[in-house]
Design a binder for this molecule. Structure first.
Ligand code: SF4
Length: 367
């Protein structure tokens, strides 16, 4: 197959669904780690088509959703300063902090700009030497290399007015945290294909061994997802947990060495708090000491903020697969994309946003 729509071919999809249902002797519980996969599953009704064979529970793989509240509040404080041009990808702007979001800071006069690449922020810094330009660097292994490159580019250009507020997170420690939870129901993982294009698949073998669950690296189109599910169910039925790559057109075992090299140069692994989940050891990246002068959290004194999460938001349970979004009492009532209580309702990869966009008229499904 060469074209994207071929990966949504309904005839081929129907065949894969039949194969999965024929092979499954019971309903298996799979977690798709990535919020992009969650949206594809819900948008295409894959969870409905596979009911009885597979229950999908949605994982913590939405970078906007897991950016800690402290970091959101820090971004709001920095963005409100008159000397700052604050640059961010668009889906961070509606993420609620303790009392407001970046849109509200912008409405109140803050110079908040949406960019489509971190290099746009570097360019803005070059064009505005009298202002401080801060880029909000969030995301998993997928976006981290481009953000690392922006840091390198800013230094190469000698820009002293560019810095980055870094809140990067890593997938393997998140899988570990999910599996170590006493409430964990996950029997197999669909791993995020785009993360593996960067990091390869080698990090996942030890997780399969340690937890005895199959992990299948999976893409994002309907046939990609169904093939990933087919292989996972096959492994579960055979009782042979293993690591498989169902996305070979994009993913190799070694990943992208050039991207890994820049990550290792610019970032160092750190413990990171995940919004709604808590601290996960070694789950984040921060700028390494050699790049500390470009670290916005050091340049701006914004560490002693008091943060306050909405008591009505159950996003932590949603992100760990303990709760379907439509089972949250605030879903669609107190919490909508216009009045979000949690980031999962506004992120383009958020599970609550997926259910709101495609399922809000349904009677809540049982977990
Ligand atoms: S529906 Fe809203 S309040 Fe409920 S978990 Fe999702 S984001 Fe939080």
């Amino acid at each position: 197959m060469k074209y994207l729509d071929e990966f949504a071919d309904p005839v081929l999809a129907g065949r894969l669904i039949e194969q999965i249902k024929a092979r499954a002797t019971r309903q298996w519980t799979l977690m798709e780690v990535c919020g992009g996969q969650t949206h594809s599953i819900i948008r295409n009704g894959i969870d409905i088509l596979l009911r009885g064979a597979v229950e999908f529970i949605h994982g913590p793989g939405c970078p906007v959703c897991v950016t800690p509240l402290e970091m959101i509040d820090r971004s709001l404080e920095i963005a409100a300063r008159p000397e700052v041009i604050f640059c961010s990808f668009g889906d961070m702007l509606r993420v609620p902090g303790s009392g407001r979001d970046l849109f509200q800071v912008k409405a109140a006069g803050g110079d908040v700009r949406v960019v489509y690449s971190p290099l746009d922020a570097v360019r803005i810094a070059a064009e505005n030497p009298g202002r401080e330009v801060v880029f909000f660097g969030v995301g998993f292994e997928t976006t981290a290399p481009a953000n690392a490159m922006a840091v390198v580019a800013a230094r190469q250009r000698g820009l002293r007015n560019f810095s980055m507020l870094v809140s990067h997170v890593r997938v393997p420690p998140a899988i570990t945290a999910v599996m170590e939870s006493p409430r964990c129901r996950v029997e197999g993982f669909l791993a995020a294909g785009h993360v593996c294009t960067v990091m390869g698949t080698d990090e996942y073998g030890p997780l399969v061994e340690r937890f005895g669950v199959p992990i299948v690296v999976t893409g994002f189109e309907p046939l990609d997802l169904l093939e990933g599910v087919r292989q996972t169910v096959e492994l579960l039925e055979a009782g042979t947990p293993a690591l498989r790559n169902a996305y070979p057109r994009a993913v190799s075992a070694a990943g992208n060495p050039a991207a890994q090299h820049v990550l290792a140069d610019v970032f160092e692994v750190c413990d990171r708090k995940w919004r709604g989940i808590g601290d996960i050891p070694a789950s984040g990246w921060r700028l390494a000491d050699a790049w500390a002068d470009l670290d916005a959290s050091r340049r701006f004194a914004v560490d002693d903020l008091v943060v306050e999460e909405s008591p009505d938001c159950r996003a932590g349970d949603v992100l760990q697969g303990h709760l379907k979004p439509s089972q949250c009492p605030a879903f669609g009532t107190l919490c909508t994309p216009r009045t979000p209580l949690g980031a999962t309702m506004v992120s383009s990869e958020g599970a609550c946003a997926a259910y709101y966009a495609f399922r809000r008229l349904e009677v809540p499904a049982s977990a």
